[in-house]
Design a protein around this ligand. Structure first.
Ligand code: AMP
Ligand code: ZN
Length: 493
């Protein structure tokens, strides 16, 4: 499919509105997404952001763009406190566990990739690390010092925000923060900081005698500031200006604001055309966050369970739960919501099974499948509106279920098309996978499901005797079937 066949609209955080998406090069898209800081297990909130961008990546690819998707691994420079203070998160964990920082990085990078794979997220095209790009970061700092936009003091280098704004730079362009208010709200006491202004941010920090992660630089031994790595790596792999930069809403300030200021100053052009931000996953109404301990880990959901959960869920169900919300809406985690998502997911999967067994009729279809397909695409073209797409999929489920009960008909051409489009929407774009038996489900669950499917096939063949026999034999074995609008459900009697 040619990219031009669709007019994709994306919500650009920079303008605060939806805009038609036109990449710099007609056939190619460059997309950078801030990756995890690998000092602990990724929680479900982190996963939400990465799954939102997985959906975006999948749709751009589906539209025919050749996408270079860069998602970094932050393995140095992210301090405990966003205001350039505190210990490096990775160094701290290494100190506490008395192991090498790179062992921490390795453990949590492997864990992160494993979780992403379980969620069926596509790997990015490039996954660069901050420590692998020290040279590029140092060159960028040198360029900024040369332009007078950064200054070195006591072995650290800071970006001069007031100078940037004095020269016409708009620090606050993305987050809407106003510099005067920022100064007012900064708690730093005058004279206690080596920064010229509390707004300035670190590009390079001098490493104290006990700091283990350190590199040689023109300013002495130290380590790069967190904001710098994304600008340096984005620039290296996607160019001075690229199409999409993404991350969670919480990164707008200071991280992305600082990225804009330093890249604009180094290269004389805005670094990014479309800034996309995913909204937060909340737990009990509060943002899921490592720092407050308000988290759920993916493995707790998939396997081990947690006091917060009534049961475990497959990665595809959790993914479906996330796709049911638009990426820019807040999504609150709850057992009820997960249970409802599981039900919906199975309804969808059962309908896909039925779709394979439906036979075409001779006349035209009595449902407008062409319009339906267009509506599905219109939803995705409207800033990747996955909940709207899912609503259309359930409209199709209703028609498919009726068809499988012999109500209505579908032409052969439509049937072929719907089968392939359902696969596109459900598997290729939403990234769902067919149900697999989890380790906690015994063979009974799978066998009952199989018998339900065989009974359904018998019913569409009007083989009532076989259908009744399956139901009666199951009842003798203590399993009761109940046919409803949403398919057949079973329970133990
Ligand atoms: P970090 O490892 O803290 O740098 O975060 C990695 C990514 O997860 C960033 O893009 C964050 O915006 C995102 N993130 C953190 N908490 C949440 C949350 N509760 N919901 C959605 N995304 C989150
Ligand atoms: Zn970043």
């Amino acid at each position: 499919m040619a990219p031009r066949a669709h007019q994709l609209q994306v919500f650009n955080s920079l303008s605060g509105q939806k805009e038609p998406f036109f990449p710099l090069h007609p056939e190619r898209v460059g997309m950078y997404v801030c990756g995890p800081t690998v000092y602990s297990d990724v929680h479900l909130g982190n996963c939400r952001t990465f799954l939102s961008f997985d959906l975006i990546y999948r749709y751009l690819r589906h539209l025919g763009y050749s996408v270079r998707y860069v998602r970094n691994i932050t393995d140095a420079g992210h301090l405990e406190n966003d205001a350039d203070e505190g210990e490096d998160k990775i160094a701290k964990k290494a100190r506490l566990e008395q192991i090498e920082p790179m062992e921490i990085v390795q453990r949590y990078t492997v864990g992160f990739r494993d979780i992403m794979q379980r969620f069926n997220a596509l790997p990015p095209s490039i996954e660069p690390t901050a420590t692998g790009h020290i040279v590029e970061q140092i060159s960028m700092i040198e360029a900024l010092i040369e332009k007078g936009m950064a200054y070195s003091i006591n072995g650290s280098v800071y970006f001069d925000v007031p100078l940037y704004t004095a020269q016409g730079g708009n620090y606050g362009v993305l987050s809407g923060r106003v510099t005067d208010e920022l100064i007012h709200n900064t708690r730093e006491l005058e004279g206690q900081s080596e920064k010229r202004s509390p707004l300035d941010f670190a590009l390079w920090k001098k490493a104290g005698p006990n700091h283990i992660m350190r590199w040689k630089s023109p300013w002495g031994e130290g380590f790069p500031g967190w904001h710098l790595e994304c600008s340096a790596m984005g620039n290296k792999y996607l160019g001075e200006t690229f199409d999409i930069h993404g991350g969670g809403m919480d990164l707008k300030f200071p991280h992305h604001e600082c990225e804009i200021a330093q890249s604009q100053s180094a290269h004389g052009a805005p670094p990014v055309r479309y800034w996309l931000h995913g909204n937060m996953l909340t737990l009990n109404g509060k943002r899921m966050s490592k720092s407050t301990g308000n988290t759920l880990l993916p493995l707790e959901l998939f396997e081990t369970g947690s006091p917060l959960l009534d049961k475990t869920y497959s990665p595809s169900v959790v993914r479906f739960f996330m796709m049911q919300a638009h990426y820019r809406s807040v999504l609150d985690f709850s057992n009820e919501a997960l249970l409802a998502a599981e039900k919906g997911y199975h309804r969808l999967m059962e309908a896909l099974g039925r779709l394979e067994r439906i036979l075409p009729g001779s006349g035209p279809s009595d449902f407008d499948w062409k319009a339906w397909e267009q509506e599905c695409y219109a939803a995705m073209d409207d800033d990747f509106n996955s909940p709207m797409l899912i609503a259309h999929l359930f409209e199709a489920v209703r028609v498919i279920n009726a068809l499988s009960e012999g109500k209505g008909h579908i032409s052969e051409t439509d049937l072929d098309r719907v089968r392939s489009q359902m696969n596109v929407f459900v598997f290729e774009l939403l990234g769902l996978e067919t149900p697999v038996l989890s380790s906690q489900e015994g063979p009974v669950e799978g066998l009952v499901q199989l018998l339900i499917e065989l009974r359904l096939a018998a019913r569409s063949d009007r083989d009532w005797a076989l259908s009744d026999r399956i139901r009666d034999r199951l009842l003798e074995l203590g399993i009761s079937l109940k046919d409803g609008k949403e398919g057949t459900e079973w329970s133990r009697v």
